[in-house]
Design a protein around this ligand. Structure first.
Ligand SMILES: Nc1ncnc2c1ncn2[C@@H]1O[C@H](COP(=O)(O)OP(=O)(O)OP(=O)(O)O)[C@@H](O)[C@H]1O
Ligand SMILES: [Mg+2]
Length: 484
């Protein structure tokens, strides 16, 4: 898939994320509307059920054992009939309700009459007759039933886990006039139930009014919301990781390609030099000129050594990457080791007219590690400082101790490393090519990777402080050996 380059992957991922975000939003909106409807139906059924229960309780008081009462007053047919009777408000309709109990039977009488001539009117619109009770008694019974209805509604709301802000409105039964209003503003009201009677006294009708139910619905949808949020986050994370992996792979492939061309060039130079030297020996019969012959042999030997050290470096790195390198741990003082490395690099330092300083600490600095690999680490870092800094560079190597750790710092005043490359320089084969002044410096891009691996195998870490044009400060931080 040649066309699927990383150029298209990022916008494709962004578009996919945006589309899935829009789809999720549309889905959540649909779900919200459905859940809102569901909450409203639940509220309606809570009030109608409570009304049915309270009417039953109000008429069955003292006759709780009667199964016929229960059968009749809790039946859905009776409830519908009663509700229809309450709701029927035709112009000029005279409805009359009578409820009474004598010794043998309970009488429930509903009567509706209307005048055939629309111009004529009844004197009264509706009336209800109950047992022979004083108006005061009727009113106090009504108050009691109203309270019971409201507390039953409350209990059922709690049972369903509906935590809402609610109140009730009360209407006069016959005139339908509002006699108790709610403290909510009209715009914030989310639900108004039907009006329900709650006894057979027919004084008032009850209506549940609920303030904003947005958060109640959101709470009901919490699992859907969490799962769709998780899905979005996981998709974004998967895309992010994939793009990062692709970028790394690309970088690695580029670095590997430049490593191959670099190494080929590096290996070819000594091979061509040796080939030319050998050809010259046979072509010009240098066997008869021992001085020249000796010179050519020396050049060939030097080139062969270079070839061997390059091959060794690649092999050593291969072994380390495969985890086959075994470290020989011993206790040693780091400062004499640094002195040895600096002494061994004296020729390179002089060639570059550089100044290499070791700032020693007064006390010995012991660590437990592989002295050979640690000196290679130091060699690599000083070699880089010399290689990438211009002539007359000033390089400072110093040791410091803090928090049970030893920091060996390699500071130069060379070109520095751009912040965007400061992590990548420790990756295998990575080299910076665009900096003009190091364009011609040879290398395989393995040195810093080796440094990082060795330091980490010693339980330490590497750090780099650098700014473009201000030099580099590579720090090797190792655990200090301490006697218990
Ligand atoms: N002291 C430094 N100053 C500026 N750039 C540096 C310095 N040290 C390292 N670099 C940059 O980091 C890159 C990686 O360094 P590293 O030592 O891993 O590879 P190399 O020097 O190119 O090859 P090798 O060390 O394997 O011969 C270098 O190509 C160089 O661009
Ligand atoms: Mg290097």
């Amino acid at each position: 898939m040649k066309w699927l380059t990383s150029r298209y992957v990022f916008p494709l991922a962004v578009i996919t994320l945006i589309i899935s975000l829009c789809l999720q939003c549309a889905w959540i909106r649909q779900l919200y509307l459905a859940q809102k409807q569901d909450v409203k139906s639940k509220l309606e059924s809570i009030v109608s059920n409570a009304s049915k229960q309270i009417v039953y309780r109000s008429v069955s008081r003292g006759r709780e054992r009667s199964s016929r009462f229960k059968q009749f007053f809790l039946s859905s047919e009776w409830f519908s009939l009663r509700q229809a009777f309450d709701e029927l408000t035709l112009d000029n309709l005279h409805s009359q309700f009578h409820y009474g109990i004598d010794n043998d039977s309970t009488v429930v009488e509903m009567r509706m009459s209307f005048l055939n001539d629309p111009k004529k009117h009844f004197k009264i619109s509706s009336s209800s007759k109950t047992d022979n009770m004083s108006p005061r008694q009727v009113s106090s019974d009504d108050q009691r039933d109203l309270k019971s209805l409201d507390s039953l509604v409350n209990r059922q709301l709690q049972q369903f886990g509906l935590r809402i802000h609610r109140d009730y409105a009360l209407y006069d039964y016959s005139s339908g006039k509002l006699i108790k209003t709610v403290p909510f503003t009209k715009s914030s009201i989310s639900f108004i139930s039907e009006r329900y009677t709650y006894n057979l006294k027919f004084l008032h009708r009850y209506q549940l009014v609920v303030d904003n139910i947005f958060w109640t619905v959101v709470f009901q949808m919490r699992y859907y919301l969490i799962s769709s949020f998780m899905m979005l986050v996981l998709t974004a994370a998967a895309f992010y990781l994939l793009i990062r992996l692709m970028k790394n792979q690309q970088l690695y492939a580029q670095a590997r390609m430049s490593f191959t061309s670099n190494m080929t060039h590096e290996l070819q130079t000594p091979i061509s030099t040796i080939a030319v030297a050998l050809e010259s020996i046979s072509k010009y019969h240098l066997i008869d000129e021992p001085e020249k012959l000796k010179n050519y042999i020396n050049i060939s030997r030097h080139e062969l050594q270079r070839l061997q050290s390059m091959i060794e470096k690649v092999l050593k790195q291969e072994q380390m990457d495969l985890g086959k390198t075994k470290l020989q741990f011993s206790l040693f003082d780091v400062q004499p080791l640094l002195q040895q490395v600096i002494y061994a690099m004296d020729i390179q330092v002089q060639e570059k007219n550089a100044e290499l300083l070791l700032l020693q600490s007064d006390e010995p600095v012991f660590i437990k590690g592989d002295a050979m690999h640690i000196s290679n680490v130091c060699y690599n870092l000083i070699d880089n400082a010399l290689k990438y800094s211009p002539p007359h560079a000033k390089i400072e190597v110093s040791c410091s101790i803090a928090d049970h750790e030893l920091t060996i710092s390699f500071k130069d005043n060379g070109p520095g490393i751009n912040e965007i490359y400061q992590q990548q320089v420790f990756e295998r084969f990575f080299r910076i090519f665009n900096q003009d002044n190091i364009h011609n410096v040879k290398g395989s891009g393995l040195g810093l990777h080796y440094v990082k691996q060795v330091v980490e195998l010693h339980g330490g870490r590497v750090a780099l402080q650098s700014k473009i044009g201000k030099g580099c400060n590579f720090m090797v931080i190792l655990p200090l050996y301490e006697e218990n």
